[in-house]
Design a protein around this ligand. Structure first.
Ligand SMILES: NC(=O)c1ccc[n+]([C@@H]2O[C@H](COP(=O)([O-])OP(=O)(O)OC[C@H]3O[C@@H](n4cnc5c(N)ncnc54)[C@H](O)[C@@H]3O)[C@@H](O)[C@H]2O)c1
Length: 436
């Protein structure tokens, strides 16, 4: 198999983050601490993961980052937007994820990241309002201001390439409609201030116009509309989304494939969370929660396929709720009660209590996405990058294609894509040759 032609990762890589809240500041602080040798990139497949090549007897298992030419952690430069003017240091202190003593080690680096004013519309995030926002006659003017910020950033930092990852708040639920159908209608909508064009779409539009890959860490529609998928393909830019797969949904996509593998039935899966950070506050509002709920609910149906296994999964109840509970801050606690049944229909229960740290789980995903999107672009890949489904609760796919939610299928897809890029044999796990 021929290897893809991948341009080298020369020079610095800009990582542009709309939203400088808990996830972004945890990402930036982590990267700065890792650079100084004060922390390790736990949770990051690009930094710690390995990939098996060839036969099991070949003993070839390089690190992912030695196998494909990724940008180095030392080469990342951060830029961000937020509706509050706090620097990354101030925002990290408020988010309360990384310990203040640890933050002091990288304080100057974090103070140097001051956000640009945001393109914001309180209609899309009803629980928040902030003073640090762009003004303009219409949405197109706001998108142009975002592009101008990026150009200034490019000149100031000298970055050769950039990627953008939406780490802003979850926006209100939207369905794709006519204004999202193609680029001409979308641009007319920008000029006419169409109410169904969300702020996150302005960032995505600005990025794609400048040839910058875009990932969506939240469940908003954003780049999952024909107008912006078309723009990404026309400009040769990779995109992916939606909604970082952390916490409870990560656990769900680990456990559900196991139950299904053993043909154990399901009568119900009840999931509830308490969360006390700003994200929890935003999600406490019904229109933002609706967006999250759609994203969280979809995973079981696709993994279990009740249509193929009606006797096991034809009639289960799936409930998900999030409660805003300030004392917990970013330390989310999730409870799952899973009602399963086995041989002869005998019922059993699984109780799961995950005391996680939301942004500690999300930050390495944002890092990997930045590095893999940049790789994809240098390898000439464009449009929807389904191989990055591994990172998302609601993976974006080609129209009409159901997304893969099983974490292990997603991992195989990701690693086989890397093997494919490097001209290595794909691994099928058939293994008959060992017994010839
Ligand atoms: N932490 C996780 O595990 C996780 C998992 C999946 C998805 N997410 C999503 O990632 C996003 C970020 O999460 P977080 O915990 O950092 O939330 P957060 O509330 O701490 O940070 C979001 C930031 O975005 C800012 N913002 C809102 N609208 C903006 C706009 N239009 N332009 C620029 N900035 C804007 C807010 O002021 C806030 O500072 C959320 O949408 C969340 O749902 C997080």
């Amino acid at each position: 198999m021929a290897a893809a032609n991948i341009a080298p990762a020369e020079g610095r890589l800009g990582v542009l983050l709309p939203g400088l809240g808990a996830v972004s500041t945890t990402l930036i602080a982590g990267v700065e601490l890792i650079r100084k040798g004060l922390a390790k990139p736990i949770g990051s497949l690009t930094q710690l993961g390995t990939i098996r090549l060839g036969k099991r007897t070949d003993n070839r298992t390089p690190l992912v980052r030695d196998f494909v030419p990724l940008a180095r952690i030392d080469d990342l430069v951060f830029g961000a937007w937020d509706i509050f003017p706090d620097t990354c240091y101030q925002s990290a202190r408020k988010a309360g994820v990384v310990d203040p003593t640890q933050l002091e080690h990288v304080r100057p680096e974090l103070e140097a990241v001051a956000p640009w004013p945001a393109a914001f519309d309180p209609a899309f995030v009803k629980r928040l309002d902030g003073p640090h926002v762009k003004r303009g006659p219409n949405k197109l003017a706001l998108a142009e201001q975002i592009m101008a910020d990026i150009e200034v950033f490019r000149q100031r930092t000298g970055v050769r390439r950039a990627v953008m990852i939406w780490c802003g708040s979850t926006e209100s639920f939207l369905r794709a409609e006519d204004v999202h159908a193609n680029l001409a209608d979308f641009e007319a909508g920008l000029r006419a201030n169409h109410p169904a064009i969300a702020p996150s779409m302005l960032y995505a539009y600005a990025a794609l116009q400048l040839g910058i890959p875009f990932a969506n860490g939240a469940p908003n529609l954003t780049v999952d509309i024909p107008a912006l998928v078309g723009l990404a393909n026309a400009r040769g830019v990779p995109i992916c989304g939606k909604d970082f797969k952390t916490g409870q949904t990560l656990m769900k996509t680990i456990i559900a494939p196991g139950l299904k593998a053993r043909m154990l039935g399901l009568t119900g899966w009840f999931s509830t969370n308490i969360l006390g950070n700003r994200d929890g506050e935003v999600l406490d509002e019904p229109t933002s929660f609706r967006t999250k709920e759609e994203s969280k609910l979809s995973v079981l149906d696709v993994i279990l396929r009740g249509d193929l296994h009606p006797e096991l999964y034809g009639d289960y109840v799936h409930r998900v709720s999030i409660h805003y509970y300030p004392p917990r801050g970013d330390n989310k606690e999730g409870w799952d009660n899973i009602d399963v049944f086995g041989w002869l229909g005998y019922p059993m229960q699984i109780k799961l209590n995950f005391l996680c740290r939301d942004s500690i789980l999300a930050a390495p995903l944002a890092l990997d996405l930045a590095l893999f999107l940049d790789l994809a672009q240098r390898a000439g890949m464009h449009g929807v990058q389904e191989w990055l489904s591994f990172y998302f609760k609601s993976p974006q796919t080609a129209p009409g294609l159901y997304p893969e939610h099983d974490l292990f299928i997603q991992l195989m897809k990701l690693k086989n894509t890397l093997r494919h890029l490097r001209g290595e044999e794909l691994i099928t796990h058939l293994g008959l040759e060992y017994y010839d």
